[in-house]
Design a protein around this ligand. Structure first.
Ligand SMILES: [Zn+2]
Ligand SMILES: [Zn+2]
Length: 275
């Protein structure tokens, strides 16, 4: 296995306190050659985190410390592991300019990155963090007028994320493209969205982007499948989209978790964001 390219750290407010070095040591122990730190970038300043504990991302004033700690580890372990420093950046419709401002500022420091949709705006203009909890997911579905419009808004926002102009340092990997299914065993998928999903993958292919093949969903009590599931991974592979594995670990022990389920796929290193 090449490595784990979707990893959080102690800087994430909703994860474990394990230090970045603990993740590095775990990756080395697993025999990986690469590791990408992709901490949740701070949300746009004018955006209020809709998650009940306002803990969706890292603190804005910790960004420098995160980057410096990552760079120190990069040097320290350079003979054992290629460490990439980057961010999982939220794509929030209507906040493209502020998102680009962040990327323009920190992009030059980034080796890798993921662009993800977690936040959706309901017709009444309120925002929801759709993966926060079952309760929040249910509240979101109510606000959207049902699961079908919620799913449609999710895929619409993902398509917009691929097409958005976020400047030179826009991440080239689209995160967990079936996150809306995180609670599917509690709230069954209301319809077949393969048309939207295939359209999304076609857009990803046309842009030359990559797919985050994310094993975290396997371990979510109400999901129990990889983001995205096998048939979409197969479609992406057939289309020629690079598949980049990620555990989405929020604790050091999660590095590479579930990667045994990816052994049938040909996996790729991410393209570097900066050279
Ligand atoms: Zn997280
Ligand atoms: Zn995410």
């Amino acid at each position: 296995m090449l490595g784990d390219f979707h990893v959080h750290t102690q800087y994430c407010q909703h994860g474990a306190d394990d230090k970045m070095e603990a993740y590095v040591l775990q990756a080395i122990e697993k025999g990986f050659t690469h590791l990408s730190f992709t901490e949740h970038a701070p949300l746009p300043e004018s955006f209020t985190d809709p998650a009940p504990h306002r803990d969706s991302t890292m603190d804005r004033n910790k960004v420098e410390a995160y980057v410096m700690e990552g760079k120190a580890l990069q040097k320290q372990y350079k003979n054992d592991l290629q460490i990439n420093i980057g961010f999982e950046v939220d794509y929030i419709r209507g906040y493209e300019q502020e998102t680009q401002t962040f990327l323009d500022m920190y992009g030059p420091e980034m080796d890798d990155g993921i662009l993800s949709v977690h936040m959706l705006q309901a017709p009444d203009k309120s925002f929801f963090c759709i993966d926060y909890s079952e309760e929040e997911f249910e509240r979101a579905a109510d606000a959207f007028g049902g699961l079908t419009p919620l799913y449609k808004a999710y895929y619409g926002s993902l398509q917009a994320s691929v097409e958005a102009d976020l400047g030179h340092f826009k991440p080239k990997r689209i995160g967990h493209i079936t996150l809306v299914q995180k609670f599917q065993l509690a709230y069954p998928k209301p319809a077949d969205f393969s048309k939207e999903q295939h359209l999304l993958l076609d857009l990803i292919k046309n842009k030359g982007y990559e797919l985050d093949v994310n094993t975290a969903g396997l371990y979510k009590a109400f999901c129990k499948e990889i983001y995205p599931p096998a048939e979409l991974i197969a479609y992406a592979a057939k289309t020629g989209i690079p598949l980049v594995p990620g555990s989405d670990s929020h604790a050091a022990g999660g590095i590479g978790k579930g990667f045994e389920y990816l052994s049938d796929y040909s996996l790729h290193l991410p393209q570097r964001l900066t050279l």
